[in-house]
Design a protein. Structure first.
Length: 261
């Protein structure tokens, strides 16, 4: 038996928002990094697959950690970054919701009572690319495509040992990436990333129960696509947050002179 919990969804988003089908070629994963390697470690316990309608992130080692006395509450989380490259020309992307899946073994009334999902798109633009002049200066633009705290009730009475699936509702308005030129990533002037944050919280009213995610957590991040016309000015003014000269890279030249801002 599968425990399924579905929140309200917009079944006709595509027609309303004028989405298109996916591009003929999907972006490639270049690099994965993690802020909490003991919960999710690149190359070991983070799996990423990119499909036309979703990015699936498999976090096989995410587990509850005690956060208070008496084990009354526990918290499991993974905060990681995925670098993507070779976005298809004349398309842009958005996150249109998510689905959290897993298997829980909960005893003596332990309950998973909420999940948190966040997806942030990140564009880093190297200003002085052609030719590169030291110091290398990078601008940063970011937009949050999805952030949702999802209340749930998994377990809570006696023992629970089963699969679960929780749907995260779509954002009220899709937040689009910039329109891709096709050269992003892969050592080009522009680097693109998704920052993903996934967490689960559980409670133990008696302080005697145990809670385990037997296979970690898997999250399907639903993708929406839209055809568009690339515009350099629009691309570099994109983002909810923009920081010019966000990063400066200094290094030594052949004559051992240090370049600085």
């Amino acid at each position: 038996m599968r425990c399924s919990i579905f929140l309200s969804a917009l079944s006709s988003v595509a027609g309303v928002l004028g989405q298109s089908g996916p591009p003929p070629i999907l972006p490639a994963v270049n690099l994965i990094t993690s802020k909490v390697p003991f919960q999710c470690s690149p190359g070991k316990s983070i799996g990423i697959s990119v499909e036309p309608d979703k990015i699936t992130t498999s976090l096989s080692e995410v587990q509850f950690q005690t956060t208070g006395h008496g084990r009354t509450d526990e918290f499991a989380s993974c905060d990681f970054r995925v670098a993507l490259s070779y976005w298809y020309y004349k398309y842009r992307v958005a996150i249109s919701g998510a689905t959290i899946r897993g298997h829980a073994n909960l005893t003596d009334g332990v309950q998973i009572y909420q999940f948190n999902t966040t997806a942030i798109f990140r564009l880093e633009h190297l200003k002085n690319f052609s030719p590169i002049q030291p110091p290398e200066i990078t601008n940063l633009s970011i937009s949050t495509m999805l952030t949702e705290l999802v209340p749930t009730q998994i377990g809570g009475e006696g023992n629970f040992d089963d699969d679960f699936e929780v749907a995260v509702k779509p954002p009220s308005k899709l937040v689009w990436s910039p329109c891709f030129h096709g050269s992003e990533g892969g050592g080009s002037q522009d680097s693109t990333y998704f920052d993903f944050i996934v967490s689960a919280s559980s409670s133990d009213k008696t302080g005697k129960g145990t809670g385990q995610l037997t296979s970690g957590l898997t999250v399907d991040w639903n993708l929406a696509w839209e055809e568009c016309t690339p515009d350099w000015d629009e691309m570099y003014s994109w983002g909810d947050v923009r920081i010019d000269d966000w990063q400066s890279c200094t290094y030594r030249s052949a004559n051992n002179q240090t370049y600085k801002l």
